[in-house]
Design a protein around this ligand. Structure first.
Ligand SMILES: O=C(O)CCC(=O)C(=O)O
Ligand SMILES: [Fe+2]
Length: 332
């Protein structure tokens, strides 16, 4: 186990600014291996490959094994490659990187997902807590590992230093987790705080092997792609801590005490079916009081999207989780 990898100045910088850049963190050979592995993925997508790919132009989610080779030319995101491949797992859960994350979160990190991009997400400014709030507030951060060099033309990651210090936006639930129909209001709030606090946009122009770590509440996004020919491969890893999943049955432990959340790959769900899930969730009553073992922060939408058999059977996600969730190791 590594300890004290960060200087006091680095920790203070992270606390004050909401991000930290680690130049030359990964050796060139390891990064070259990751780039080659991505080519392998595309060349050898077997019928049993469970990976799911999101097209970022139309939001369509498909099984990686089913998409045409031409899909590689549009912005896309491959989900959770770390569960299938040790090269990416060893980046996301690198012993030194997770030790750094542990020093920032003051607890043992748990890899909850990885997103492998070959181009910018072109995602507008957002907080990751919209989509994956940790159950223990602020015990979350993300790492962004550069696999390709980044320039102005291939859609750099952008971020707003110190934005993590601003009171978080709360949806009508009182929570930071996004409610789909309120995203326009969240976007307007973001525009407003950028002006009000005079937040300054910074862009990350890393060399391969550089890493940027951001705080759960740091405002960031992916810049517009100017040159679509120039790839901008990067691996994003989101970490919670083991506090959020205290049951060791939920961990995959690798090497010397590095923890991945044990989870299944999401199902590939078309846009119309996803809209049907959203509608179903909007119509749900709050959980009946006797369902006491539904954990705080339980996400009924996420539960259905991960367990489409439950949705297709028309079963209430709270009730299903209560009766079968933990027993059947259902993820959400
Ligand atoms: O790299 C990007 O384009 C942004 C990625 C991002 O915001 C994320 O994965 O949380
Ligand atoms: Fe993000």
């Amino acid at each position: 186990m590594y300890t004290n990898l960060l200087s006091g100045d680095q920790k203070q910088f992270f606390d004050e600014n909401g991000y930290l850049i680690l130049e030359g963190f990964f050796p060139a050979a390891q990064i070259a291996q990751a780039r080659a592995r991505l080519d392998d993925f595309w060349a050898n997508r077997g019928p049993s490959c469970p990976l799911v790919i999101d097209r970022l132009d139309d939001g369509e989610r498909t099984y990686f094994r089913e998409v045409a080779n031409a899909t590689r030319q549009i912005p896309y995101k491959l989900n959770d490659v770390h569960l299938e491949d040790e090269v990416f797992r060893d980046l996301a859960a690198d012993a030194r990187l997770t030790a750094v994350v542990a020093e920032l979160l003051l607890h043992t990190p748990l890899v909850i997902n990885t997103l492998l991009f070959e181009r910018s997400s072109q995602q507008p400014a957002h907080f990751d807590t919209f989509f994956m709030p940790s159950r223990t507030p602020n015990k979350m951060c993300a790492s962004w590992i550069a696999i390709d060099p980044v320039t102005e033309t291939n859609g750099p990651l952008f971020y707003y230093p110190k934005s993590h210090l601003i009171e978080p936006f709360r949806f009508s639930s009182g929570d930071v987790a996004a409610i789909d129909v309120e995203m326009a209001a969240a976007g307007a709030h973001i525009e407003r705080i950028i002006g009000e606090y005079g937040l300054e946009e910074m862009r990350f122009f890393p060399r391969p092997g550089d890493v940027l770590i951001w705080h759960a509440q740091l405002l960031h996004g992916g810049a517009t792609i100017i040159d679509n020919q120039a790839t901008r491969t990067s691996l994003v890893t989101h970490y919670w801590t083991v506090l959020d999943h205290p049951d060791p049955a939920e961990w995959i432990v690798v090497g010397d005490g590095r923890y991945l959340l044990r989870k299944s790959h999401p199902a590939a769900i078309g846009k119309s079916e996803r809209a049907a899930v959203d509608q179903f969730v909007r119509g749900l009553a709050t959980p009946p009081e006797h369902l006491v073992d539904v954990p705080a922060g339980f996400d009924p939408r996420g539960y259905l999207l991960h367990n489409m058999d439950v949705f297709r059977a028309g079963v209430d996600p709270y009730s299903h989780y209560h009766h079968f969730g933990p027993k059947e190791r259902r993820s959400w």
